[in-house]
Design a protein around this ligand. Structure first.
Ligand code: 13P
Ligand code: SF4
Length: 325
């Protein structure tokens, strides 16, 4: 169908009176399509998704779906990971501008030089990377399985970990592993949380427990009662007896936390600069219901990955999936 992709997303009108959520439901059925969404997306996007999850669960779901079309409501590397796992399916993303500062902090050419400078190391890379970086990688990991994957390797096996320095340092601390070199990358959202302001909040809410994502800086993790991936934080919030939580990860997770625990209170941890709103991932928030609707309707923008690159990237993702069953 003829349509303009302007500035990274479909630029076309929706017929007057169209309710995007209703139209998305109709198009999904007509086209045998699914919408997969990350916990950081807007609440209304999570509400229309067929599956909402963290990076690990989303890649597992992409690998198992029998839909013909996957619309990835998340950021670019997530859609790319789905395409790598399902080359025969059409994988669509609502806005090509939904990138990731962490993935951007690790250009493939520089990572290749870093790997070449550390011969004999097994390369373990976070899923928040481009297909080109995954193609240089031995085993992909997510925040949900990084510790287990590193532990599954023999203690004397040298590891090169990238690109998140905070997650890398956290793994090193938890596993006690010294033979691990770490790439110097970070996520701008998680880097911005302020330990001082979290401690201030703790003084105001003495019974609140602090939940933090391992992409946060070490000083922030030191304030935490529990550190985990988004799925692990949700599980902890469900199962722990506390009724108040200070949450140091992207604010989109509060939607699911509140839905699952209406009787509990969730307080977003503040960033260093309260005026910058940095605890929102601006990339994730680019995904709107209107863009999902237009993407489904016109089947664009579509993710493509060159075949030899895809096959090399797939090996490292499959290794992760096998270790995470
Ligand atoms: P998880 O989904 O693994 O918790 O990672 C969070 C994240 O930053 C995704 O971009
Ligand atoms: Fe990337 Fe950080 Fe946004 Fe996750 S929260 S998509 S790591 S920029």
């Amino acid at each position: 169908m003829d349509v303009t992709i302007r500035d990274g997303y479909v630029d076309a009108p929706l017929p007057e009176g169209t309710d995007p959520a209703t139209e998305i439901a109709r198009l999904k059925k007509e086209k045998n399509a699914v919408v997969l969404a990350h916990y950081y997306t807007r609440p209304e996007v999570q509400d229309i998704a067929d599956f909402v999850g963290d990076s690990l669960a989303l890649s597992q779901e992409a690998a198992r779906t029998d839909a013909d079309i996957i619309v990835f409501a998340g950021v670019h590397f997530m859609g790319e990971t789905a395409k790598i796992l399902c080359p025969e399916k059409k994988v669509l993303v609502p806005d090509l501008n939904a990138g990731c500062s962490l993935a951007d902090s690790c250009p493939a050419e520089d990572y290749a030089r870093f790997i070449a400078a550390h011969p004999g190391h097994t390369v373990v890379s976070y899923v928040n990377t481009s297909a080109a970086v995954k193609a240089l990688t031995d085993i992909v990991c997510t925040s949900g399985n990084a510790v287990d994957i590193v532990r599954s390797l023999p203690p004397d096996e040298k590891i090169l970990f990238g690109p998140d320095r905070n997650l890398g340092e956290y793994i090193r601390k938890v596993t006690g592993r010294e033979n691990m070199v770490i790439w110097d990358g970070a996520c701008h959202v998680h880097e911005e949380f302020s330990a001082e302001r979290i401690l201030q909040l703790k003084r105001e809410h003495p019974n609140a427990k602090v939940l933090a994502h391992p992409e946060c800086r070490k000083v922030v993790l030191l304030t935490a009662d529990y550190v985990g991936s988004t799925a692990a934080l949700l599980k902890f919030a469900r199962e722990d007896a506390a009724t108040e939580f200070i949450v140091a990860t992207e604010s989109g997770i509060l939607h699911r936390m509140t839905q699952e625990n209406p009787e509990k209170t969730f307080i977003p941890a503040p960033p260093v600069d309260s005026t910058c709103g940095c605890n929102d991932c601006a990339f994730m928030k680019l995904v709107t219901l209107r863009k999902i609707c237009l993407t489904l309707k016109y089947e664009r923008p579509e993710i493509t990955v060159e075949e030899s690159l895809r096959a090399r990237a797939e090996r490292s993702i499959r290794r992760m999936l096998e270790l995470s069953r």
